[in-house]
Design a protein around this ligand. Structure first.
Ligand SMILES: Cc1cc2nc3c(=O)[nH]c(=O)nc-3n(C[C@H](O)[C@H](O)[C@H](O)COP(=O)(O)OP(=O)(O)OC[C@H]3O[C@@H](n4cnc5c(N)ncnc54)[C@H](O)[C@@H]3O)c2cc1C
Length: 431
């Protein structure tokens, strides 16, 4: 009977090491207001330590310098790393670089891998992924209008993108552009690797947002507006074949959502710990908060919801590992919106338990709360994932005969009466 919820002891040892490392070495950096160059200098020795522990870029295959871990193991790692915004960066598996590395590994030529993937994996280069456009619904990426037009032996890219994470500190951008407007809607786009300093590429601004209302120049975690004006790239910038843009994008999204959800559990756990700690000492109306039924309900509900999300996410990861990403479509869509809600609700309760301190920036809850709101939007808004779940669930259902519900009691009673008529007649006759 294969139904095992345990972690191998050797891997658990690695997870335990990671937990201590994130807590002791990475979290202190959060409290400093570091520029990108300062942050890189501060994390460089930590990254070396991670490499020494053989935990660097664990999402990739060993021949690319990774560990070839499956999604369950990666999920367990991301749960720990997600508790700090810098955790994934120190372990070489931060979005969007990890997804971009997967794209380059899957669709890149030997030369593209050498030029872009190797330095990306070495932590010498950083990247961004540019899909969303200000004038088109990002929820439906078949509507893109950024174009890449053939010109001699290269391409010319024109268009505007926005909310491009880390574009302010990236060395290159993977951009999705329309290469054949007349093709079937999933074959219209292609992906191109564009150096950030390519003539015509302008990072217009780091957009002020709930996550970062006052962005400073050259800091990690930007969400930028990026404009392409007659940006000329060679044929060697194209990933895969023309028309493969959608196909390649799909590859990175499934596993990426597992990692998001596990990171959210890490964040939710951190908020939960703060809530529980507060409950032990804050005294009001004759007792500590932990004695009040409402606070106890918050603690119990949060514990149950986080456990449910964790099991759902690890099960989705297991389906990917054992049956492939396509087989896990429903599970992945489910955890994406369910996880975003649990993340928000747990942080919200932790804020409430702390009162004005929770609302202040003296605790990380304030940033966590604002950043959590985006989880309901990026990588597809809640509504799109709910729609996918409902669509896949409904595939297993068909209209009943004559549109009479299968559970209609009078109909079932008539059928049962017919089925048992002879038996009941016999019993009646014998009494
Ligand atoms: C913090 C953050 C980081 C991001 N990073 C990146 C990045 O690095 N690269 C990148 O390309 N993009 C990035 N994005 C963009 C993100 O992927 C998009 O915001 C998202 O796909 C939604 O697209 P949109 O903003 O255009 O909203 P729209 O597509 O305009 O949707 C708006 C709303 O319409 C509703 N809606 C849409 N479709 C449906 C439907 N079928 N049924 C019911 N309701 C629907 C939903 O409520 C949705 O929230 C990021 C966004 C955020 C917030």
């Amino acid at each position: 009977m294969a139904w095992d919820f345990s972690t191998e002891p050797e891997f658990q040892q690695k997870l335990d090491w990671m937990t201590g490392f994130v807590h002791d070495e990475i979290r202190p950096l959060e409290t400093l207001d570091l520029s990108w160059p300062q942050l890189r200098a501060a994390i460089a020795p930590l990254q070396q330590e991670v490499k020494k522990q053989q935990l660097w870029a664990a999402h990739l295959d060993p021949e690319l310098g990774g560990q070839g871990y499956g999604q369950v193991k990666l999920g367990l790692m991301h749960e720990i790393l997600g508790s700090s915004p810098y955790g994934p960066l120190v372990f070489g598996c931060q979005a969007p670089d990890s997804g971009n590395a997967e794209i380059l590994a899957a669709a890149g030529t030997g030369e593209q891998k050498r030029r872009w993937l190797d330095p990306l994996l070495a932590g010498e280069m950083y990247s961004a992924f540019a899909l969303t456009e200000p004038d088109n619904a990002g929820a439906d990426p078949t509507n893109l209008t950024t174009t890449a037009v053939r010109d001699g032996d290269g391409w010319v890219i024109n268009g505007a993108k926005w909310f491009i994470s880390n574009a302010a500190t990236a060395d290159f951008v993977i951009v999705v552009a329309v290469t054949d407007p007349d093709a079937e809607r999933h074959r219209r786009t292609s992906q191109f690797i564009v150096p950030i300093d390519a003539p015509g590429l302008e990072v217009v601004r780091d957009i002020a947002s709930m996550e970062n209302p006052s962005p400073r120049e050259n800091t990690y975690g930007s969400h930028c507006e990026v404009v392409f004006r007659d940006v000329r790239v060679g044929d060697d910038a194209l990933l895969g074949n023309p028309g493969d843009g959608f196909l390649i994008a799909q590859k990175r999204l499934g596993p990426g959502r597992i990692h998001h959800c596990m990171r959210w559990i890490g964040q939710a756990n951190r908020a939960f710990d703060m809530m529980c700690e507060r409950a032990t000492y804050r005294f009001a109306h004759g007792g500590v908060l932990g004695d009040k039924q409402t606070v106890r309900n918050w603690i119990a509900d949060s514990a149950a919801e986080m456990q449910a999300l964790r099991l759902m996410t690890l099960q989705a990861a297991w389906v990917i590992d054992t049956q492939g990403t396509k087989a896990a479509r429903k599970e992945i869509a489910m955890i994406k919106y369910y996880g975003a809600k649990i993340l928000h609700d747990v942080i919200d309760r932790a804020v409430q338990t702390h009162g004005s301190l929770g609302y202040s920036s003296d605790l990380p809850l304030d940033f966590m709360y604002r950043a959590a709101r985006a989880a309901r939007l990026y990588d597809g808004p809640d509504e799109v994932h709910r729609d996918t779940v409902a669509k896949l669930v409904l595939r297993d259902y068909t209209p009943p005969a004559g549109n009479v519900p299968s559970e209609h009691v009078p109909t079932r009673r008539r059928a049962a009466q017919e089925r048992y008529a002879a038996l009941f007649d016999e019993i009646l006759a014998s009494v």
